[in-house]
Design a protein around this ligand. Structure first.
Ligand SMILES: [Zn+2]
Length: 273
């Protein structure tokens, strides 16, 4: 069974402060190690439960966080940026299941670890066909486009709650509970190991019966930006319509189309920062 992993960093065990998300600090170097270690734990559990091939896609910031020299040598790694499908690059119909690890809740989640949707400084909210989604819901829809079910999500407690709403009743591993946006109560590491073992086993057993999210036809994405000028700039993308002071909408052929327009829109909007 071929398994796809999309790995973000904000929902990784032990990652709690902004210094750990990037830049020159030694705290970021520690976070990269923690991310690699947790991905390795996930891989170990996946191999033990029938995975035959694993592809990891580094999905945070510059997307070259994972230390390849410390990564499970049996797993492949997509490292670097830019890439068309960003957090879901490399996924296609050949995978039996997808796992999202290290994820965080959507923008506006109270006591949610690093709550944001793709870009905290640019995006207020994203809706697909009027349903607000965070990165979990958006990425699970893209997986659905390829007929691949998301079988497990890990991250902070709040993102695990988002999963129930945005994807459905799938396995989750909550690695920490946020006490504020930059402070969390992390599980004892031994419990983390136990929870991954239990949840990955169940998630792998669900393959075959787990339904991917339905493939969307002519879906619409609505992006509410943080500033009105962002909507004004993004409206210049052909097909994008300004639908509010800070809001644009775009109807595409499918979710892959929306995903690519969304990435372009966020990149373009961020140029005014
Ligand atoms: Zn991230």
């Amino acid at each position: 069974m071929k398994i796809y992993i999309s790995a973000d960093i904000e929902g990784i065990w032990g990652v709690v402060s902004k210094k750990q998300l990037g830049g020159e600090s030694s705290d970021y170097q520690r976070a990269r190690k923690l991310m690699t270690k947790e991905v390795n734990l996930l891989c170990k559990c996946l191999w033990e439960n029938g995975a035959t091939e694993i592809l990891v896609n580094d999905s945070h910031g510059p997307m070259d966080n994972i230390l390849i020299e410390e990564l499970d040598p049996r797993a492949g790694l997509i490292s670097g940026y830019p890439k068309t499908h960003s957090m879901m690059e490399g996924l296609d119909e050949s995978f039996a299941g997808a796992v999202l690890i290290g994820y965080h809740p959507k923008m506006g989640t109270e006591k949610g670890m690093f709550d944001h949707t793709y870009s905290g400084r640019v995006v207020g909210s994203i809706k697909i066909d009027q349903n607000e989604v965070g990165e979990v819901g958006l990425n699970a829809r893209l997986a659905g486009h390829y007929g691949v079910p998301v079988i497990l999500v890990s991250g902070d407690r709040k993102v695990c709650e988002d999963v129930k709403e945005e994807i459905g009743e799938i396995e989750t591993v909550s690695v920490k509970t946020a006490l504020s946006r930059y402070c969390a109560n992390n599980l004892p590491y031994d419990n983390l190991i136990k929870n991954y073992k239990t949840s990955v086993k169940k998630a792998m057993e669900s393959i075959g019966s787990a339904e991917p999210l339905p493939k969307l036809e002519n879906p619409t994405i609505t992006i509410d930006f943080q500033q009105s000028i962002m909507a004004e700039i993004v409206e210049n993308i052909p097909g994008v319509v300004k639908t509010g002071e800070q809001t644009v909408s775009y109807e595409g052929a499918d979710i892959s189309d929306l995903y690519r327009v969304m990435r372009s829109a966020i990149t373009l909007a961020s140029t005014i920062l």
